[in-house]
Write a protein of this length. Structure first.
Length: 268
């Protein structure tokens, strides 16, 4: 019974088991085999400089609970090949929890994910994970909406449940992930900000907000922008980054939000 459970566990994890005749047995006996070409990692043939780059990445950015060096050993060992490279304290660390681990496995093994998001049951074919501005995001095909969607992990309700492996095909080519600006990374009610930036900071604001956001170029060199906002804290950070070189012309609710935040900051 334990052996049967072990086989079921392996298959559930996506490990291919083949029942075959054991060579040289008489009478013939059957056994189990894991085909190397269907499961084991192919040697990528990394050059020393490529291994060094992987070592740097694994050493300087750590995932909570795992520095990634175990995977590095499988690809060719620590830098120098003699284990003398040692570990260094990561310069940065990515937060991780059980849901992130489930999603990583689902992306790698093409397992559909089911979960609740904003009060609705979702089934998603996961394509990729992104970490941006301190948060994890999942990108995949949302069966409820019938299109690709992004999901913020801290808004997922309850646990993630993964389906069987190799249940869907990924799109051909690269799948774009979360590439939105900080003022767009939110689920708030959308509002269009009218922002004026003076000549000294106009070039910087153009680069930051994009040429498509420009609505007026004034004779004094100042530039007016129209910016769609769903994350007010992110937009507030952009405005404050320009100090007194930027002014929110409207709507009043955005101006009031900034004033209230500043007053709370200096309140005793």
């Amino acid at each position: 019974r334990a052996f049967e459970r072990d086989k079921d566990d392996l298959r559930e994890m996506g490990v291919p088991l083949r029942v075959e005749t054991v060579p040289g047995t008489d009478p013939p006996q059957t056994g189990y085999r894991i085909p190397r070409d269907e499961y084991y990692l192919r040697d990528p043939g990394l050059e020393p400089d490529e291994l060094a780059a992987l070592h740097l990445a694994a050493s300087t950015v750590g995932l909570d609970g795992d520095h990634g060096l175990g995977g590095l050993w499988k690809l060719g060992g620590a830098l120098g090949g003699d284990g003398g490279g040692g570990e260094v304290e990561p310069l940065g660390r990515l937060p991780a929890d059980a849901a992130v681990a489930v999603a990583f496995q689902a992306v790698a093994e093409r397992r559909p994910l089911t979960f609740r998001y904003r009060g609705e049951a979702r089934t998603v074919d996961p394509y990729r994970l992104d970490f941006q501005l301190g948060r994890w995001y999942l990108t995949g095909f949302d069966h409820l909406r019938g299109e690709e969607r992004n999901f913020r992990f801290d808004r997922i309700e309850g646990e993630l449940a993964a389906g069987r492996p190799r249940a869907f095909e990924r799109p051909q080519g690269a799948v774009p992930g979360v590439e939105r600006a900080s003022w767009q990374l939110g689920e708030g009610e959308p509002v269009v900000a009218d922002l004026l930036v003076d000549a000294d900071h106009a070039a910087l604001a153009r680069h930051e907000l994009g040429e498509a956001a420009v609505t007026e170029e004034r004779a004094d060199g100042s530039v007016r922008f129209s910016v769609g906002v769903t994350n007010r804290a992110g937009f507030r950070a952009v405005v404050l980054g320009h100090l007194d070189h930027a002014e929110i012309l409207g709507p009043p609710e955005l101006r009031d939000d900034l004033v209230a935040w500043l007053r709370a900051l200096v309140a005793p």
